[in-house]
Design a protein around this ligand. Structure first.
Ligand code: MEV
Length: 423
């Protein structure tokens, strides 16, 4: 029998859950209990979360941690991170401390231009289209005046609208390529509203609008973050060898896409965690970052390293379309708190902080990979999780952590030793 349903969205939360568990769960009561376990007892707060999306039946938590000791452009920060992966926050904290003793991170925003496009089809003569565009261009701006009024007051707005001929790539395909400055907001709604208004003003009998939408590829909304110190100050037993292997690791990620993807994934561990904690759109950031990593036609590292004249320099350049006002940033109490923790940054400052979190994460990963390997740290965490699952007492836990400090950790080895201990 079909399990499709009409009018599901109209049901209240309880009825939605009942329908779900009756149709898709064997152990209905357990499922219901789990869902309700994650409801917030503060009804107002729960309602707020319910309304973020549609058909909400519970909340899905991510741990919210903080990485202290970041120094960025001479200013102290504690960085909030929402992430489920162990070691990410620990790595950020360690690296923050390490670089705070070596001048901290330097960051600067290179550009803040965002992009949106009206995609359309046109079968006529290009010169005629060009004339039409030139004649209507000022009207296109005028048509958005109501939408752009507040943004213009804040120093933002539509920067330019360009007509682009894309017919060499797709028959009859043209676009209006618009650039925007959205100041402290991420600007997605603003850009999309402007584009839809522009499109309806631009449309005529010969122009068929296909769609109007912002682009998450923002190579001109770019930030750079950097660390540097004397090679001899890198704190390794053989700092010269370390610097050289580290540099090679980055070079490998620049020539080998399989490695580059993992290398950049590690960067995104840091980036996404801060992006989520501050209520920004991590899918947009991810999509844009990976497109930027491929801008040469080959997928490459987002970071770079140079060891020259005894100086180790490591930096990241990444497009980040972020907001510190609007969207979830002011709606979600924890996003608001994250921004307060970061001393209420402007969008440009947040870009710098997020880029630093990515660079720090990559530094931690490459330092571990080129020295001890990452499994040592991961296995420590793995061991601690197994011990927790086994329900070990504090005494048993201390014993097991000590016992495995110089041995290979595997689930079965820990279980065996635990059972032996209990016997
Ligand atoms: C794991 O989440 C991230 C790393 O694989 C990144 C890297 O290999 O550079 C450790």
């Amino acid at each position: 029998m079909s399990k499709t349903i009409t009018g599901f969205s109209k049901l209240n939360k309880e009825a939605k859950i009942n329908w779900l568990i009756q149709n898709f769960f064997e152990y209905a009561e357990t499922a219901k209990e789990t869902l309700k376990l994650y409801w917030n007892s503060d009804e107002e707060l729960q309602n707020l979360h319910d309304e973020f999306i549609e058909n909400t039946i519970s909340n899905y938590y991510l741990p919210y941690g903080i990485a202290p000791n970041f120094v960025i452009n001479g200013k102290d920060y504690v960085i909030p991170m929402a992430v489920e992966e162990s070691s990410v926050v620990a790595a950020a904290s360690l690296v923050a401390k390490f670089w705070s003793a070596r001048g901290g991170f330097k960051a600067n925003v290179i550009s803040t231009k965002k992009i949106g496009q009206v995609h359309f089809m046109y079968k006529g003569d290009f010169d005629k289209l060009k004339d039409y565009f030139e004649n209507i261009k000022s009207t296109l701006f005028k048509s958005t005046e109501e939408i752009t009024k507040n943004m213009r007051k804040r120093g933002g707005g539509i920067l330019d609208i360009e007509l682009r001929d894309k017919t060499s790539e797709l028959e009859n395909y043209y676009q209006l390529h618009a650039t925007f400055e959205t100041k402290d907001s991420m600007g997605a709604n603003f850009i999309n509203s402007c584009l839809e208004t522009i499109a309806s003003t631009f449309e005529n009998d010969e122009i068929q609008i296909v769609m109007s939408i912002l682009s998450n590829y923002v190579p001109e909304c770019l930030v750079r973050a950097e660390v540097s110190c004397k090679v001899s100050n890198l704190g390794e037993s053989d700092s010269k060898l370390f610097a050289s292997k580290f540099e090679q690791a980055v070079k490998i990620a620049n020539v080998e896409p399989h490695r580059a993807v993992t290398h950049n994934k590690g960067i995104m561990n840091g980036i996404d965690a801060v992006v989520i904690a501050t209520g920004n759109d991590f899918r947009a950031v991810e999509a844009g970052a990976h497109a930027y990593a491929s801008r040469s036609g080959k997928y490459k590292s987002l970071t770079n390293c140079e060891v020259k004249d005894g100086i180790f320099k490591f930096w990241i350049e990444i497009p980040l379309a972020l907001g510190t006002v609007g969207g979830l940033t002011s709606l979600h109490p924890l996003s608001k708190l994250s921004l307060q923790m970061l001393q209420n940054p402007t969008a440009e400052e947040l870009m710098q902080i997020v880029a630093v979190a990515g660079l720090a994460q990559n530094f931690a990963a490459l330092r571990a990979l080129t020295t001890t390997g990452i499994q040592k740290g991961h296995m420590k965490m793995h061991l601690s999780n197994i011990v927790k699952q086994l329900g070990a007492t504090d005494e048993e836990r201390n014993y097991l952590l000590n016992y495995f400090s110089d041995k290979q950790v595997s689930h079965s080895a820990v279980v065996d030793e635990f059972e032996r201990l209990r016997k």
